[in-house]
Design a protein around this ligand. Structure first.
Ligand code: F0G
Length: 463
């Protein structure tokens, strides 16, 4: 068992052309240590490949589109369909795929009306095989883990990474070790890891504590870490942007808005946008904005208080448990992306998150709380004048509604803010609540309830 990943490892043909580049000092190496940090300056590594720039953009667009009609394993994946701009595995046989990607781009008619932004879309990554955007990155990282011969993969997680990693490890014939904060992740995500066969450790700490422990563990045990500092993950997550642009007929939107936690996803999308611009796939760069929960606002504070130069970590607290992260690992990558694209970084309150989640639910698609920060953030960015109503805006919904049923049930039953400082103010969210009604099993009781509902809300909201 080796403790590094190289572009040559497992490349039977020796043809791999990708390299690892330090985002700090820019040095380039063919191999990466287990912590995916530069051996010279300690900054994070990213993957680069000189062959990516040799493609003809028009030919790529038609090749990718044509693959949507084909039935080959790689073409059926909404990630590997874009393989010309991904690191190439030594052989197709190494690829671990669950047909990830190919996620819908929805219009949001009600939110459009509400915000006054007619061209408002949601790219719903919650429609991936394990219900979150993590699958797009995991298929690539699990493929390279398998190719390198690792038997164990591991991650620290707020729930979605662990669910995804466990699934891809199981598909790829690897064992998986999950470190999650005890009592701080949704049981729905936890149950996925169990069902996919992970060795699941609930640690008495928070996500940041789990990640610290994992960094130590990889130095002592032959496990391959699949957190988002693993640059293969980010390569897979780039495809969200490729697919989005394809869905928009390669007309770049003005804004893409993502939730920010450990900041891998914003880094990946930003990398993809810059690569697409360099290659001529798009002719202008969308602004990528990152939204955090007020209680987990490390990036917001890093930019406001330290000019993006050093990390201001926080003790994270939010009911959007997916982004309950105080010490984001990829903060430097995210700062670079915000600067390169001219995006904004904003924070939203727990009440704003709950309202936005209910509004996205009323669109008939739903999402988990962490994803709803995007709509809440958009409203703030509109108020600030950073986003103009006539612009095209895409919200990235990162997780499925079913990922956090407790949040949804507590919200609709009116319990979400009980005993919190927001309790009194949360009354203004009552119009968004749709609690279940317990009735006798009689026709009369149901008809009366129907009539009452009709009286209190005579017109459906999309009329
Ligand atoms: N949205 C959801 C649903 C997430 O699960 C996460 C992160 C994020 C947004 C933030 O993305 O970390 O790339 O900035 N979840 C990780 C996990 C940390 O372990 O599942 P990020």
């Amino acid at each position: 068992m080796s403790s590094s990943t190289t572009s040559e490892k497992g490349s039977e043909s020796g043809q791999a052309t990708f390299r690892f580049r330090c985002i700090g000092c820019g040095s380039i190496t063919p191999s990466a240590a287990q912590d995916f940090r530069c051996s010279q300056c300690g900054n994070l590594l990213e993957i680069t490949d000189s062959s990516w720039n040799s493609h003809n953009p028009t030919a790529l667009k038609s090749l990718w589109r044509e693959r949507r009609t084909l039935n080959e394993t790689l073409d059926l994946s909404g990630v590997w369909r874009f393989r010309e701009l991904l690191p190439a595995p030594a052989s197709e046989e190494h690829v671990v795929t669950l047909r990830e990607g190919n996620t819908p781009l929805y219009e949001l008619p009600q939110s459009s009306r509400l915000t006054g932004v007619p061209r408002l879309f949601a790219k719903h990554q919650g429609m991936n095989p394990t219900g979150s955007f993590k699958d797009a990155g995991m298929t690539v990282a699990a493929t390279f883990a398998r190719q390198a011969g690792y038997q164990w993969v591991a991650c620290a997680s707020t729930g979605n990474t662990s669910a995804s990693m466990a699934a891809y490890a199981a598909r790829g014939g690897m064992r998986s070790l999950v470190l999650v904060p005890e009592g701080k992740i949704s049981w729905s995500k936890l149950s996925q890891a169990l069902d996919y066969g992970a060795l699941t450790c609930q640690l008495r700490t928070d996500f940041d504590g789990c990640l610290r422990l994992l960094q130590e563990l990889v130095r002592h045990a032959p496990v391959y870490q699949l957190n988002s500092i693993n640059p293969f993950r980010l390569e897979g997550q780039k495809t969200l942007a490729f697919e989005l642009l394809e869905q928009l007929e390669w007309q770049a939107p003005d804004h893409i808005i993502v939730p920010g936690g450990n900041l891998g996803n914003s880094s990946a999308i930003g990398k993809a946008l810059i690569e697409m611009l360099d290659l001529g796939l798009i002719s202008n760069l969308p602004k990528l904005s990152v939204i955090q929960a007020e209680g987990a606002n490390a990036l917001v504070r890093t930019l406001r208080e330290a000019g993006g130069k050093n990390l201001v970590s926080v003790q994270a607290e939010t009911r959007a448990t997916a982004i309950r992260i105080g010490n984001p690992a990829s903060w430097e990558k995210a700062v670079k992306v915000l600067q390169a694209t001219g995006g904004a970084c904003e924070q939203v309150s727990e009440l704003e998150i709950a309202q936005a989640k209910a509004e996205i639910g009323m669109e008939g698609i739903g999402c988990e709380p962490a994803s709803a920060v995007t709509l809440a953030g958009l409203k703030k960015l509109l108020r600030r004048g950073f986003v103009k109503p006539e612009e095209t805006v895409v919200l990235v919904l990162t997780g499925n509604l079913l990922k956090d049923p407790d949040f949804t049930m507590e919200f609709h039953r009116g319990d979400l803010f009980r005993g919190t400082p927001d309790e009194r103010e949360s009354a203004r969210l009552n119009p968004f609540r749709h609690p279940p009604v317990v009735l006798d099993a009689t026709l009369d009781a149901v008809i009366k309830t129907l009539e009452q509902a009709e009286k209190s809300n005579p017109t459906p909201s999309n009329a």
